[in-house]
Ligand binder design. Structure first.
Ligand code: CP
Ligand code: NVA
Length: 303
């Protein structure tokens, strides 16, 4: 049994195979060939934070694969009334085939996985958002081929998405340049784990220079709503706009995990412009996670 708590839980070869399979199944579906390897399987989905894309993609994905998904929120389960995550893990995993969880502290996910009898998927924690990277990488592979050797610029907060980009640089072999305001850099040990491939840049313009892909995310993540105003001031020089994109390579792409705040971390001109691939990226949450679910939940376990 395997969990998917971080991109590092899979090798680079496994991640590439997952993406190739996702692209194949996506194409088949578009040509009218359904693929239902998870008939009768059930995924429990625990959401302790809000979600549009993650919830819809996992629920739609399980349906398309022939299985079913069950939504659990803290408000109407005992998860929100103090039942230990260890006990919830034992009980829920005795009745379902897989568990997706979106929560705050990453340790809540690792504890759930330790006590679960079935695979656990990280649907976002304060530390990591690995499912989003499956979709981002799939989108790059569809549009540009392998990302090995490319240069990616991360501009903005050194948050969960930035951390997963560091893990992606390690697994896929691209160079990552990160520009963050002072005091908002990514976790130091994660940064160091990227070695020479992952560098902090002095400015957003420097990070974007000759980049093949420019990526950003909201300035205040879920759980940081109280800091929104203060962060808007701190991050004001870290907006991805026409000027920043002009430093990137001519065929550079723009990605954002969404939801986006036009006029804050990215201008409407860039988000809705020709280099932005955010809608394909969002749709690929469905396709990439279907491949992940098939790998983790199918009886053969092999894609
Ligand atoms: N990108 C992403 O995870 O979106 P949701 O918060 O809507 O799930
Ligand atoms: N960094 C954002 C990502 C949302 C998908 C957050 O954690 O809120």
């Amino acid at each position: 049994m395997r969990h998917f708590l971080s991109l590092l839980d899979f090798t680079g070869d496994e991640l590439r195979a997952l993406i190739a399979h996702a692209i194949g199944v996506k194409t088949g579906l578009q040509q009218g060939r359904p693929h239902q390897p998870l008939t009768g399987k059930l995924l429990a989905m625990i959401f302790e934070k809000s979600s549009t894309r993650t919830r819809v993609s996992f629920e739609a994905g399980m349906h398309q694969l022939g299985g079913h998904a069950m939504f659990l929120s803290p408000r109407d389960s005992h998860l929100g009334r103090g039942e230990p995550i260890e006990d919830s893990a034992r009980v829920i995993s005795s009745m379902v085939d897989g568990i997706l969880i979106r929560t705050f502290g990453h340790d809540r996910i690792t504890t759930l996985a330790e006590h679960s009898r079935v695979p656990v998927i990280n649907g976002l924690s304060d530390l990591l958002h690995p499912c989003q990277l499956l979709a981002d990488m799939m989108t790059w592979f569809e549009l540009r081929g392998d990302i090995d050797g490319a240069t990616v610029a991360w501009i903005g907060d050194g948050n969960n998405m930035c951390h997963s980009y560091i893990n992606a640089a390690i697994r896929f072999g691209f160079s990552l340049r990160i520009a963050c305001p002072a005091g908002h850099s990514p976790d130091a040990s994660l940064l160091a784990s990227g070695g020479e491939r992952v560098q902090l840049s002095a400015s957003p313009a420097e990070a974007a220079t000759a980049a093949d892909l420019v990526v950003t995310d909201v300035w205040a993540s879920m759980g940081q709503e109280d800091e929104q105003q203060q962060r808007s001031e701190i991050f004001s020089e870290f907006q991805v706009n026409r000027e920043i994109m002009a430093h990137a390579n001519r065929d550079a792409l723009f990605m954002h995990c969404l939801p986006a705040h036009r006029g804050e971390e990215v201008t409407a001109e860039v988000l809705d412009g020709p280099r932005s691939v955010v809608w394909q990226e969002a749709e690929n949450r469905l396709h990439a996670q279907k491949a992940l679910l098939e790998i983790l939940l199918s009886d053969s376990g092999v894609v």
